[in-house]
Each structure stands twice: as C-alpha cells, then as structure tokens.
Design a protein around this ligand. Structure first.
Ligand code: ADP
Length: 398
C-alpha cells in the first residue's frame, strides 16, 4: 500500500510517499513560502533532488504541484495518483475528542474546527490539507493522526492546571501535550530494546526546534511538558517554555504589550534565540559558545538544565526509570547536551558512557555504561512512519 503523508502548516507543507509495510520512502519534500511566492524541494530515489521556485498562492496549488511532481518528469516515482491508496494527515490539536487516529469524516473536520481556538495556526492548515485532498483525490480515504492523542492517557491530576475548575469545564483549559507521534514511536522502540517487558518506565526527550519531554509507563503517557499549547515546558528554539505568569504580566505592563505581541515574543523571539541573540539553531549557538560568546554559553546551559529538571521530575512521577531516550535534531545529534543532561544522575541509575555517547550513528543506540541500572537510548524518531502505519491499519480495517 502507498500512503501519501501530509503535514500542512500555515505557510508550508511537508509530504512523503511511503509504503508502511516495508517502511520504504519513495519520495519526500516540502513546499515553503505558500501564499508568499513558493519553493518546492523534492527528494526522490537514492539521492535525487529538485528545487523549484514556483507560484503557490494557496495550499491547493502546492498540493497539486506535489502530486504532479510525484507523477511527472524527473522526480516522478509513480505513474499515476491512482497508485496512492490512502492519505495520512498530521493533525495538531485533537483536544479531548481524539485519543487515537481516525478516518477523516465531516464530523471529524467539524470537531477539528471547534478546536481552532486552541491551535489557531495549525488546525486551519490541517483542515485545509484534508479538504483539498478529498477534492483532488475523490474516493481515497483520509486519516487524521493527532499530535495530542498519545497524551490523552494522562491522569487528571497531571493534566489539570490549578486554576478555578470552571476554566476547564467552560473552556477546556488543561494540558494536552504535543509531539505525540514521536513520543509514541520512541517509547515503543525503547520498550522493544529493553529486556524488561512489564512495568516499563520510560522518559522521552524530543529535542528539536520544538521540544518536549514525556513520562511513559507501560506504553502509556502519564505526563508531558507541553500544555494547552506548545509554548509551555522546555526552553526551545524560539519558544520560552515555562515562565512565571507574574514575569509575563510585568513584561506586558512595562513594555505596553498586547496579548498578541506578548505571545509573539514568547513563541517566536524567546528560547535559544532570545537568550543567545544569535540564532534559534543550536548548532550555531554551540559554535558561538566555542568562540567565547557568553550569551551562547548561557543559552546552551539553560537548555540542558531545563531538560535535566524535567528528567528528575519524571523519574519521580514514574517511581523510577528503566530508559531515558533522546530524539529529534538535538537529541539525536548533540552529544554535549546529552552529556550535560545525564551528568550526576548516577544516583537515579543513569550513567552515560562518554565513548558510546560520542560515537555517531544513524541507528538507535544505547549510550549507558554496562553498569548503569537504567538504559540511555538515542533513537531516531519517525513520525511519518507512525502516520503511515496508523493510516494503513485504519484503512485496511474498512
Ligand atoms: P524540527 O523540530 O523543526 O523538526 P529538528 O528535529 O530537525 O527540528 O531539530 C533542529 C535542531 O537540531 C536545531 O536546533 C539544530 O541546530 C539541532 N541540530 C541538528 N544537528 C545538530 C548537531 N549535530 N549538533 C547540535 N544540534 C544539532
């Protein structure tokens, strides 16, 4: 079965064409600057790559271009779009309605629309992607795979905010968590890598431009660091993460900021970028630190310290730990961040092996010493596979 995987953002659109049975990726790419001008980057076969600058006024033209590129010309990997048997959509906010992936129906789209206030940038783009695919490929089933679904198993005492209870009943204000497909994939892989098969206590650190940590007990999420929206939790590329409400309201008063301006600062100008003043990209900030830039040093130390605090908290939430997992661009590639996070955690049963930590590999690896009571895994995430596989399972059962 060939599944077309779509991740529609507000001005970008990532796609893959995958066979979920053998995990073969036929092509992948991204349309960027939709509604501005338009750039398509398309990768196919072993190392085929094309980049086209082409007008994409809306997501419709972008998806049409992707389908054309998949079927015609140099980058073609299939002869007709009829070879696409199902479409899997990354959907960001599923609220409390969706605790698993689901077929896209008018009711599902309606429910996603109701959740737009919780994800004003993401859900409208996701819905648009679904409707355009229904239009362009009539009869092909569409499946929605929610970023929030994996976290729906959190107990109430973990997901509730200590605000007046009616804020939850009236407005659904609670923690939802994000990156669920990655937390599911990585914790599931880790479970397979552990000798122990019961009462597994796993912590996943998904560290990319957006970052979050989750605590997973026996395959079920019991806590996660992001909240009602992705701005909560770890310090990220441009997002602030946890900041006291008092500090935020004081900044608003002092600077005369509106709510939108404040959210813009907290989502787009804070985190690694805000502290370093240099970049949101950790690689550039690590380079700055090596060149003696003290704000870059501070940003790196803050990032690692924040992760370490969540690890400690989640070891407590899980009553112990069997595996700590690192994933995402930073988690998979930065030996330094992993080293700082794990330093001094011997008392929690986590001892990192410096040689194993520094050895580069694109495969999942265990970087704990043999004597470490718990394992420390580096596991490349594969969110697209989760989307393709869920889509395949749902469509096969029709
Ligand atoms: P996204 O959340 O957008 O999917 P990624 O998971 O690709 O992002 O992660 C991007 C982050 O990973 C950037 O901060 C980048 O600097 C960092 N990164 C990638 N490679 C390395 C590396 N070798 N060392 C340190 N950081 C890295």
């Amino acid at each position: 079965m060939l599944v077309f995987i779509l991740n529609a953002g507000s001005s970008s659109l990532k796609y893959q064409l995958m066979n979920p049975i053998n995990k073969e990726v036929l092509a992948l790419g991204i349309c960027e600057r939709i509604g501005i001008d338009g750039v398509l980057t398309h990768q196919f076969k072993e190392d085929g790559k094309i980049k086209k600058e082409i007008s994409m006024p809306t997501h419709k033209e972008a998806i049409e271009l992707v389908l054309k590129t998949l079927t015609e010309g140099e980058g073609a990997v299939i002869s007709s779009i009829n070879e696409i048997e199902a479409i899997g959509h990354r959907a960001v906010h599923g609220g409390e309605k969706f605790s698993a992936s689901t077929m896209v129906t008018p009711t599902v789209i309606e429910e996603m629309r109701k959740l737009i206030p919780l994800a004003p940038l993401h859900n409208p783009a996701n819905i648009m992607g679904m409707e355009i695919c229904q239009d362009l490929m009539p009869g092909v089933p569409n499946v929605a795979v929610f970023d929030t679904a994996f976290h729906q198993t959190m107990p109430d005492y973990a997901y509730m905010y200590p605000l007046p209870y009616e804020q939850y009943t009236k407005h659904g204000i609670r923690k939802y968590g994000f990156h669920g497909t990655s937390h599911f994939f990585v914790s599931n892989e880790a479970q397979g890598m552990l000798d122990k098969k019961h009462n597994t206590r796993i912590i996943v650190c998904h560290l990319g431009n957006g970052s979050s940590v989750s605590a997973v007990l026996n395959g079920k999420c019991i806590d996660t660091s992001m909240g009602l929206t992705p701005v909560q939790g770890l310090m990220m590329g441009t997002r602030a993460g946890d900041v006291g409400a008092g500090a935020i309201s004081y900044m608003m008063t002092q600077e005369g900021l509106s709510i939108d301006e404040t959210l813009d600062i907290m989502n787009k100008k804070s985190g690694i970028l805000g502290i370093s003043g240099k970049s949101s990209d950790l690689r550039e900030v690590l380079e700055g630190m090596q060149n003696g830039d003290d704000k870059c040093r501070l940003a790196v130390e803050m990032v690692a310290y924040n992760i370490k605090k969540y690890v400690g908290a989640y070891v407590a939430a899980l009553d112990g730990i069997d595996a700590l997992c690192f994933t995402g661009g930073i988690g998979e590639n930065s030996a330094l961040i992993r080293e700082i996070v794990c330093a001094g955690l011997d008392g929690m049963g986590l001892i990192i092996d410096p040689t194993k930590n520094n050895k580069r590999s694109s495969k999942a690896k265990d970087i704990a010493t043999n004597s470490s009571a718990a394992r420390i895994f580096v596991i490349p995430t594969n969110e697209e596979y989760v989307i393709a596989n869920d889509t395949y399972k749902i469509v096969s059962a029709l």
